[in-house]
Design a protein around this ligand. Structure first.
Ligand code: GRF
Length: 194
């Protein structure tokens, strides 16, 4: 049996992508283990879900900057990830930019999922952006993380249709179903051929 890929997950929200990854592991589809879950939001569902599963889950007090953690706090995150022997950092609804020192500690080993077909519609509520723009397809993208907002090299995409009568909510729900399928599939690539 090949060595498991150790994952560290960062999220700020409800954690449905994290849940999908955990379930893929449980089904034996992913030779991986989520060792640590970190959140900049103390009440985030993602922390509760990890704790219920007995997985180490910690709140990281985000400090005063809005769009990123301050460098000292990010250094603390690096320490926690390295202490947990994390191989791959998985952003799952993490609502901040990643900068130094985290980028430097995990070159090409931090990935993110974004609810749009990048490079279209980076940033917040991209499904609303797609609806407003009159698109007929939407989807999600898994990409490497760099210092920009949703700008890193694209690893994979999954398309969904935009249907007549779609609301932001119905479209977002359809995109999330695609996300839950795509993210474990892409993580799987990191587990093979190591
Ligand atoms: C997802 O739509 C993801 O694409 C975006 O944030 C959302 C997180 O949802 N980056 P969840 O917390 O995984 O449910």
């Amino acid at each position: 049996m090949m060595k498991k890929l150790i994952l560290g997950v960062l999220g700020s929200g409800k954690g449905s992508n994290y849940r999908a990854i955990q379930e893929a592991i449980d089904r034996g589809e992913l030779n991986a283990e989520v060792r640590i879950v970190l959140s900049d939001v103390e009440s985030a569902g993602i922390l509760g879900f990890a704790r219920d599963r007995g997985i180490r889950a910690e709140f990281i007090a985000p400090g005063t900057l809005r769009s990123r953690l301050d460098p000292e706090t990010e250094a603390k995150v690096v320490k926690l990830l390295q202490g947990a022997q994390v191989d791959l950092v998985v952003l799952a609804g993490y609502m901040r930019l990643v900068k130094q020192p985290l980028l430097e500690a995990y070159p090409r080993r931090i990935i993110n999922i974004h609810p749009a077909l990048l490079p279209k519609f980076p940033g917040l509520e991209s499904w609303k952006q797609a609806l407003t723009a009159g698109e007929t397809t939407a989807g999600c993208t898994v990409h490497y993380v760099d210092a920009g907002m949703d700008t890193g090299e694209i690893l994979a995409q999954s398309e969904v249709p935009i249907l007549p009568g779609d609301t932001p909510e119905s479209l977002h729900a359809r995109i999330q179903i695609a996300e839950h399928q795509l993210y474990p599939e892409v993580i799987r690539r990191f587990t093979v051929g190591r």
